[in-house]
Design a protein around this ligand. Structure first.
Ligand SMILES: NC(=O)CC(=O)C(=O)O
Length: 284
C-alpha cells in the first residue's frame, strides 16, 4: 500500500480538438502541456486518440511504434522539458503488424514508465443509436497497468474499460489512489453513462478519477461527448468541462481519500469469504 500523506497534485486535463493532421494535433498537445506547467500543474492528462480521428478506417494509417514514433518522442520531450508527468491519452500503436489503442505515461525525466493497451474494445450495436466495432481495426491489450507518481499509485484504463468495475476494483486492491481514463464517449452514450460511470468508479473504490475526452467536433464521423472531468473519492465532480476545446486545472487533495477510507472502511469490510474479484493472471 502507498501512503499518500503529503502528496497533493495539480492535474491538467487537456480536452483537445482532434483534427486529421496528426503532426498538428501533437504540436497542440505539446503547447497545452507547457501551458499546464505555467499554471502550476505537475500532471497532464491527454484524451483517447488525440492524434487521430476516432475512425476504424484511419487507425492503422496513423499508428506508430512505441517508443520510437513521432508522438512518443514529442511527449517524452514535453514531459522532460516541463518536468511533469504526462499521461499520453492514447494513440494507435503498431506492433507485430497489429494495432492497439495504447496509453503511454512519461515521467519528469522523459522516461516511459507505463503503457496500457485498451483491454475492452468498443464493440456495441444499438440500433438507431450507436454501432461501432473497434475490434475490426484494433487488438485488445491483456494486462492491467499502474504507475507510481511519487507516493501515489495510479491505475490506467481507456474509455470502454471504465464500464468494467472488476478492473477498477483490482486497481483499488493494488492500492491505487487515482484512476485515469482517457476516453471518447459519443454523443449518444455520453449523456446517459459517462458521468455516472466515472462517479461510480470513484465512489466504489474511494479513489480520485480523471477522465479526459477530446473536444466535440460535430463534423467528424464520430462525435465525442467531451465533458472531461475529475471526480473525488466521495463521488463528487470536482471539475467538469463542457463540450468545447478547453483545459481543466484541478488540485487533488489526497488527505480526503485517507479520511474517507477511515470513515467508511469498505476496503477492509469486503466479505471475500462470500465473493471476490481476482487478478486471474497473477493468481495461481
Ligand atoms: N469509445 C469507447 O471506447 C467507449 C464508449 O464510447 C462507450 O460508450 O463505452
Amino acid at each position: 500500500m502507498t501512503s499518500p500523506t503529503s502528496t497533493d497534485i495539480r492535474a491538467a486535463v487537456l480536452q483537445l480538438s482532434v483534427t486529421a493532421d496528426k503532426s498538428a494535433n501533437i504540436a497542440i498537445a505539446v503547447k497545452r502541456i507547457q501551458l499546464a506547467k505555467s499554471n502550476g500543474c505537475t500532471l497532464a492528462v491527454l484524451p483517447e486518440c488525440f492524434t487521430t480521428p476516432y475512425d476504424n478506417a484511419l487507425f492503422r494509417k496513423y499508428a506508430e511504434i512505441i517508443p520510437d514514433g513521432e508522438t512518443c518522442k514529442a511527449l517524452s520531450q514535453a514531459a522532460k522539458s516541463n518536468k511533469m508527468y504526462v499521461v499520453g491519452g492514447s494513440i494507435p500503436e503498431l506492433c507485430d503488424n497489429k494495432v492497439y489503442n495504447t496509453c503511454t505515461v512519461w515521467d519528469p525525466n522523459g522516461n516511459l514508465i507505463a503503457k496500457h493497451r485498451k483491454v475492452h474494445l468498443f464493440d456495441v450495436n444499438i440500433p438507431g443509436s450507436t454501432c461501432f466495432k473497434e475490434s475490426n481495426a484494433m487488438s485488445p491489450g491483456n494486462t492491467l497497468n499502474t504507475f507510481q507518481m511519487g507516493t501515489l499509485k495510479v491505475g490506467l484504463g481507456i474509455c470502454h474499460d471504465m464500464r468494467f468495475s472488476e478492473m477498477a476494483a483490482l486497481y483499488q486492491k493494488q492500492g491505487c489512489d487515482l484512476l485515469i481514463y482517457p476516453g471518447a464517449f459519443c454523443t449518444e452514450l455520453g449523456p446517459p453513462h459517462w458521468s455516472l460511470l466515472i462517479r461510480f468508479r470513484a465512489l466504489e473504490n474511494q479513489t480520485f478519477v480523471i477522465a479526459a475526452s477530446p473536444a466535440r467536433d460535430t463534423k467528424s464521423s464520430y462525435v465525442a461527448w467531451g465533458h472531461s472531468m475529475v471526480v473525488d473519492p466521495w463521488g463528487k465532480i470536482v471539475e467538469e468541462a463542457n463540450e468545447k476545446d478547453m483545459d481543466l486545472y484541478v488540485d487533488l487533495d489526497f488527505t480526503l481519500r485517507e479520511n474517507i477510507k477511515r470513515q467508511i472502511p469498505t476496503g477492509t469490510q469486503r466479505r471475500t469469504d462470500i465473493y471476490d474479484t481476482i487478478d486471474v493472471k497473477n493468481t495461481k
